[in-house]
Design a protein around this ligand. Structure first.
Ligand SMILES: NC(=O)c1ccc[n+]([C@@H]2O[C@H](COP(=O)([O-])OP(=O)(O)OC[C@H]3O[C@@H](n4cnc5c(N)ncnc54)[C@H](O)[C@@H]3O)[C@@H](O)[C@H]2O)c1
Length: 491
């Protein structure tokens, strides 16, 4: 298939390349049959995955479908030029999506020491990590071609997000792929607590037969109080109702109820009515010690507390007291103020001063932050992050980015063969937009969007009816602006 090429950059600015020279890499503008033009099939998902559009934002769906003609497959490079390094055993679902794009993908099972990492990422454009790889400013500074990092996990505090943004490196993660796994764990734990299952099992393991029914309950008809009705809380609400529970919830935001559940106006109202209280709030200053002595005292005598949100949300010494007095009949904790970095004999008083007291209590389920740890969640994370990376590499779309403003334009379609997409990441200072628009102004700007986050702004503009040499000129002029962080042109 003949292929005309356009020059464009990736981070030539940071590489110190001369914008007046032919730009280093070519851009495929072939509309070959090798690329699917369907927005759904574009990533050629493995048929074995159970992907649906559930995880895609409504905005993203609208943008990929609203125009009549099928979207054109934009490519920043010849696809074999994109170098991707995946560390820490990223799920195969993610690896396949990236390989199917034709990128060069190297997947390594472990994380790397800082010096090894610096050597390894010198020329990669895309880096995929999980929680063990620390991307410090020193590491990121060594990655001259890096445009995007995919964290195939929930958290992003292993990455210096500010440095990354200031150098035009977009960071994605997957915050909600494991919501269902957490919700299912909570359902299991509610039954275990109501039936004192963990204690009976431990007794049997110790050789003790202890058949009791006193203070063992069905969960049918009991009231579940959900604090934080977000991704996990609302999933849990549906599951709990299907088990015959009454569901009430408290959230700082007014949210539509699922099924027959009801929102209550205050946390106290929830604590006073619920037989089981389960916490699904973020870790923010307002939620530190959200449940302490005063709140535990408000709970019904014989009620149960579950926490799979973040460790600091419950004041654990107060919970220990409430359980010792018999006021709280049982608890399940999956998260702790201090958690060890790896597996081993670490859940001791050295880590959390009250650990041995907690471990000695009856009817308390202690799990090592496994709420979201399922095969399904890992698979969903692989898909979600890999797709965000593909969208960013091929189309410049930043929806879901954690360190850049979220910017997207509807697709350039197959009816628009001579359109180019200009992406300009720049310092968020006065006067830049005027200068950018002076440069773009000589062309027909079909659509344009810009947004900022802190010190960094992200501009995306689709320019119609441009010739190859005009795109080259545009690129060179944008590269010349002193506020430029990164210029990309997709064609
Ligand atoms: N145990 C695990 O393995 C695991 C896995 C995934 C998530 N989590 C944690 O679970 C928690 C919930 O996750 P999510 O995905 O449902 O989050 P989410 O952002 O979808 O929902 C959080 C909800 O809490 C509400 N909220 C915020 N402050 C509140 C307050 N003071 N009182 C009441 N409601 C408040 C928000 O309005 C929001 O509706 C987070 O802390 C997350 O880190 C744990």
């Amino acid at each position: 298939m003949p292929e005309s090429t356009l020059t464009q950059n990736i981070k030539t600015a940071q590489n110190g390349e001369d914008a007046s020279q032919p730009l280093g890499r070519s851009v495929s503008r072939s509309q070959t049959a090798a690329f699917s033009t369907s927005p759904v099939e574009r990533f050629r998902r493995p048929s074995t995955t159970s992907y649906s559009h559930e995880g895609t934002s409504p905005l993203m769906r609208r943008m990929t479908t609203q125009h009549g003609a099928p979207p054109k497959q934009l490519k920043p490079f010849r696809e074999q030029d994109i170098k991707i390094l995946l560390l820490e055993n990223v799920n195969v679902t993610g690896i396949e999506i990236l390989k199917e794009q034709g990128y060069q993908v190297e997947a390594i099972k472990s994380s790397l020491q800082e010096d090894q990492l610096i050597e390894k990422i010198k020329d990669v454009h895309v880096l995929g990590i999980r929680s063990k790889t620390k991307l410090t400013s020193r590491v990121l500074a060594a990655a001259k071609n890096l445009i995007v990092v995919g964290c195939f996990c929930i958290g992003t505090n292993q990455v210096d997000l500010t440095y990354a943004a200031a150098h035009g490196i977009c960071v994605f993660n997957s915050p909600f792929s494991n919501s269902r796994s957490v919700a299912e764990l909570i359902i299991g734990e509610i039954i275990c607590l109501a039936r004192q299952l963990a204690d009976r099992s431990n007794e049997m393991h110790a050789g003790t037969w202890n058949k009791v029914s006193a203070r063992c309950w069905e969960i049918r008809g009991k009231t579940l109080g959900i604090v934080g009705y977000g991704h996990i809380g609302s999933q849990l609400s549906v599951l709990a109702e299907s088990m015959g529970m009454d569901v009430i919830y408290y959230d700082v935001v007014n949210l539509m109820a699922m099924g027959n559940s009801r929102q209550v106006p205050t946390l106290d109202a929830l604590l006073e009515r619920a037989d089981f209280v389960t916490l699904h709030v973020p870790e923010i200053p307002e939620t530190t010690n959200l449940i302490a002595k005063e709140q535990l005292d408000r709970m019904k005598r014989g009620a149960y507390l579950l926490n799979a949100s973040r460790g600091k949300v419950v004041k654990i010494p107060d919970l220990i007291d409430a359980m010792r007095s018999g006021h709280i009949a049982g608890a399940a904790l999956d998260v702790y103020p201090h958690e060890p970095a790896g597996n081993g004999d670490y859940f001791t008083s050295d880590l959390n001063s009250w650990a041995s007291e907690l471990r000695s209590l009856k009817n308390i389920i202690l799990t090592p932050h496994i709420g979201g740890s399922t095969e399904e969640a890992q698979s969903a994370i692989g898909i979600e992050v890999a797709e965000a990376l593909v969208k960013y590499i091929n189309e410049g779309v930043t929806l879901g980015a954690v360190n850049m403003p979220e910017v997207a334009l509807r697709n350039i379609t197959m009816d628009e063969p001579n359109h180019a997409r200009v992406i300009f990441v720049h310092q968020n200072v006065p006067g830049v937009l005027r200068r950018v628009n002076e440069i773009l102004g000589g062309h027909n700007v079909d659509k344009q969007m810009t947004d900022s986050k802190g010190d960094v702004a992200y501009l995306m503009a689709d320019v119609s009816r441009v010739k190859e040499e005009e795109v080259r000129g545009l690129y060179g002029e944008l590269e010349g602006l002193k506020e430029r962080i990164l210029t990309r042109v997709l064609y």
